[in-house]
Design a protein around this ligand. Structure first.
Ligand SMILES: [Zn+2]
Length: 96
């Protein structure tokens, strides 16, 4: 038996190793974001997207603030972006 992964304050499943059984029996998360139904004004449906990518913001750090004294770009991770609706999806929301 592999030892259990350390407890993490944030949900970061991509950094853990799961058994094959765990993955195969796992329920697939789908995007819960509400998106407008095409041609039906004012009506919404659940997105249901299945593919997510890591979304980041880029911040320009000027030389005065940079630890290296040179201008640099900081990457700020902001979560999972659903490729279907283009909005940030929070896995925590799904777990509720
Ligand atoms: Zn979505």
């Amino acid at each position: 038996m592999p030892k259990p992964p350390p407890k993490m304050p944030n949900l970061q499943p991509q950094q853990m190793q799961f058994s094959r059984e765990a993955i195969e029996s796992a329920e697939e998360m789908r995007c819960l974001n509400e998106i407008p139904i095409p041609k039906k004004e004012g009506e919404f449906m659940q997105c249901g997207g299945e593919i997510f990518v890591e979304a980041t913001r880029l911040r320009y750090i000027n030389p005065i603030m940079s630890p290296t004294g040179q201008q640099t770009v900081a990457t700020v991770n902001i979560g999972k972006l659903c490729v279907a609706c283009g909005k940030i999806f929070s896995p925590d929301q799904w777990l509720k």
